[in-house]
Design a protein around this ligand. Structure first.
Ligand code: 5RP
Length: 225
């Protein structure tokens, strides 16, 4: 396994140590969350008794393969602990998420979670958000107009493609990746973006993370918070 996967795995396994019997656990999406789901699968095989909700069809399928009991979101009011990755984390633990296109389900689950542990490798830590293009989920109807309105907020908006077709989220929507370069006021930008009709949600996660676990290339892991 290469170093980057090792750092992701180390952070993910440290986060999984917070899971206790009886918990409802939110399962994130992406290559770092993958390692958390793998570890949880092992814990379940060894007798851990939990139920889980997934932030994407991909993570749900993986969890099912590993024997993790899955609840539908319709059955859940509150989630004890969610473990998820991020594309950027700033010093206030505000995040950019959605690189994998799962931001909407991730945010619904994060906002219903008592604890949200973010697991990242060191490359994701930034002093200011925005270098990573901010993903915005938009409905298909009128997406061209939504995209132009996003551009008026100071970014270069780009419709996400998958091969030669628009990328479609698990919710049947499109993603517009907004190249801001720097985001000075993430909270204000979050509100401004979500005010645009046609926008479903955006990948800024403001004050949702309760712990950040960082894996470093030298093999160490640091818990912030
Ligand atoms: C998916 C996400 C992921 O958490 C984010 O993209 C980080 O992914 P990875 O761990 O593969 O770098 O928000 O929508």
């Amino acid at each position: 396994m290469d170093t980057i996967q090792e750092t992701k795995r180390a952070a993910a396994e440290q986060a999984a140590a917070y899971i206790r019997d009886g918990m409802i656990v939110g399962l994130g999406t992406g290559s770092t969350a993958y390692w958390a789901i793998q570890k949880i699968g092992k814990q379940v095989k060894e007798g851990l008794s939990i139920q889980a909700v997934a932030t994407s069809i991909e993570s749900e399928n993986l969890a099912k393969e590993l024997g993790i009991p899955i609840l539908s979101i319709a059955e859940v009011d509150s989630i004890d602990l969610t473990i998820d990755g991020a594309d950027e984390v700033d010093n206030s633990w505000n995040l950019i998420k959605g690189g994998g296109g799962a931001l909407l389900r991730e945010k619904i689950i994060a906002s219903a979670s008592k604890e949200l542990i973010i697991i990242v490798d060191e490359s994701k830590q930034v002093s200011q958000l925005g270098k990573f293009p901010l993903p915005v989920e938009v409905v298909q109807f009128g997406y061209e107009l939504s995209q132009r309105r996003l551009g008026k907020l100071g970014c270069v908006p780009q419709l996400r493609m998958s091969k030669d077709k628009p990328f479609i989220t698990d919710n049947g929507n499109y993603i517009v990746d907004c190249h801001f370069e720097t985001i000075v006021h993430p909270g204000e930008l979050h509100t401004a973006i979500n005010m645009i009709p046609g926008v479903v949600d955006n990948g800024l996660f403001i004050k949702l993370a309760t712990k950040v676990i960082v894996g470093y290339n030298d093999g160490s892991v640091n818990e912030l918070g």
